[in-house]
Design a protein. Structure first.
Length: 205
């Protein structure tokens, strides 16, 4: 949450407002019924606190700007908070036209519809893997992955042999010594678990 707030304020050139945003975050958390401060709820609180500070600086009221995630939270889409949501916040959210839109259950699209939509967008059919990546990641990141191609396959150095499966602890330790630049390995197989740590001198414990 702190890193997100610092980044957002840095982009707005308002890093000096961090103490005010943190103080406002305490009030927002109380207004929203004391949600647990873990992702994504901490982000909801931090974003709303930032919105409130920006609104106050612009001469507007607190909660004059409410992001969709906070609207969904107040509508109960994330379950009930530990405490009661402040009545004035409930009222502000209920008056938002966006609240009526978000209150409608989302329409689930079929896989075929998603393939058609993204296929038209990129003027070519997409594989299942690329479709999922395009749905959840920024376009430039997916483009970079595809441009880089598949990761190179590692083969042991100093040996012209086909890699064979490791079937026992001794083979695992021997194979681990041939892996490049590892510091810690842990493998579980059934009730067995092997952990190796490599020291700076290259010794294994």
């Amino acid at each position: 949450m702190m890193s997100t707030l610092k980044r957002q304020l840095g982009e707005l050139r308002m890093l000096d407002q961090l103490p005010a945003v943190i103080e406002e975050a305490g009030r927002v958390r109380a207004d929203l019924g004391y949600p647990i401060m873990v992702t994504p709820f901490s982000q909801f609180v931090g974003s709303q606190a930032l919105m409130n500070v920006l609104a106050i600086k612009a001469g507007e009221d607190r909660y004059s700007r409410i992001p969709d995630e906070v609207v969904r939270f107040v509508l109960g889409n994330f379950g009930a908070p530990e405490g009661d949501i402040a009545p004035e916040v409930m009222e502000k959210v209920s008056q938002l036209p966006r609240a009526k839109e978000l209150a409608e259950p989302p329409t689930e699209r079929s896989l075929a519809e998603l393939h058609e939509e993204y296929g038209q967008k990129f003027s070519r059919p997409l594989s299942e893997e690329e479709l999922l990546l395009r749905m959840v990641l920024p376009a430039d990141q997916v483009d970079g992955m595809l441009a880089a191609g598949p990761a190179p396959r590692w083969t042991p150095t100093g040996a012209n042999r086909t890699p064979a499966p490791v079937t026992n602890i001794a083979e695992f330790i021997r194979a681990a010594h041939e892996l490049p630049k590892w510091k810690y390995l842990a493998v579980s197989r059934g009730a067995e678990k092997v952990e190796l740590r490599r020291s700076q001198g290259g010794e294994t414990a």
